[in-house]
Design a protein around this ligand. Structure first.
Ligand code: THU
Length: 129
């Protein structure tokens, strides 16, 4: 799937965001190696620490449905600069897809593509245990 098509799915997922506390909706779309796509949005709660990011929502949906091999992730938010995944999401994505391509969108529709290895250099992994 083309980067722009996956980014469009992330933008659509953003519409489902439940983010009344931050007012910062985020959407994500995770492309599996078998071609299926899992979408996610950020979901917050009155106990602020229980928020989950859009990227991890998409990841846990996919893994819980039996997917473990991923090729691309798109992330979208209404930001001036490209919206990149937070540290916790980077680490959790690395668990399953160290070679993931991460497509980061911004409000004006432009996007940048990073490798997860570039976003999380010297990552901790099972090999370190
Ligand atoms: N958030 C995401 O969903 N993904 C990111 O990449 C950055 C942050 C969410 C978490 C929280 O609901 C809100 O954005 C503000 O941090």
């Amino acid at each position: 799937m083309e980067d722009l098509a996956l980014l469009r799915q992330a933008r659509e997922a953003m519409a489902q965001s439940y983010s009344p506390y931050s007012g910062f909706p985020v959407g994500a779309a995770l492309l599996c190696e078998d071609g299926s796509v899992y979408r996610g949005c950020n979901i917050e709660g009155a106990s602020y620490g229980n928020a989950i990011c859009a990227e991890r929502t998409a990841l846990v949906k996919a893994v819980s449905e039996g997917r473990r091999r991923f090729s691309k992730l798109a992330v979208m938010a209404n930001t001036e600069d490209y919206c990149t995944p937070c540290g916790i999401c980077r680490q959790m994505l690395y668990e399953f897809a160290p070679d993931l391509a991460v497509i980061c969108g911004r409000a004006d529709g432009d996007y940048a593509v990073y490798s997860l290895r570039e976003l999380l250099p010297k990552a901790f992994s099972a090999a370190d245990l």
